[in-house]
Design a protein around this ligand. Structure first.
Ligand SMILES: [Zn+2]
Length: 164
């Protein structure tokens, strides 16, 4: 198990655009493993490579705690429902805070899987929310940029909150 340091808001790397992955090198495979370990350690349900300081378009999503995280390489949201849902979000890079964000209810995602095979699938609800949050990270966007005004709250006192 190998954990990496999660970059925190204020670190300028979080505002940079991540680069497309053209080849899944051993280094990137190692990175994906470390991302899974890091996410687990912090009790998160999603993580983007940039959050551990690597500007590559790789995200992992774990909408269900007991299941293995879904790895998405070069993810793209190709369509989204007009209908949105407002729900609470947190982020491992914005430690100790949560806020409400509107996200599309349903999305269609195109990506490459862990073996660089092309995949396309529908996601909705919480899973869609995580993917939107993580894809934003790849473009230097944090959920705090989109938070419903007045809903960003310090939750340091609350325990066991899930963070993306
Ligand atoms: Zn995040």
């Amino acid at each position: 198990m190998s954990e990496r340091i999660v970059r925190q808001t204020g670190d300028e790397i979080l505002r940079k655009h991540s680069k497309t992955v053209t080849e899944l090198t051993d280094r990137l495979k190692e990175l994906i493993k470390d991302m899974k370990d890091t996410m687990k350690t912090h009790g998160g349900c999603g993580l983007a490579a940039v959050q551990v300081g690597v500007l590559k378009r790789i995200i992992i999503c774990a909408p269900e705690e007991e299941k293995e995280a879904v790895v998405l390489i070069n993810p793209e949201i190709v369509s989204m429902s007009d209908e949105t849902e407002i729900d609470s979000e947190g982020c491992l890079s914005v430690d100790g805070y949560r806020g409400n964000v509107a996200r599309p209810k349903n999305i269609v995602v195109k990506a490459k899987d862990e073996n660089m095979n092309d995949i396309e699938f529908d996601a909705d609800g919480f899973f869609a929310r995580i993917i939107c949050h993580e894809v934003d990270h790849l473009d230097g966007i944090l959920y705090t940029d989109k938070v419903v005004p007045g809903t960003l709250k310090d939750v340091t006192e609350e325990e066991n909150v899930k963070e993306e």
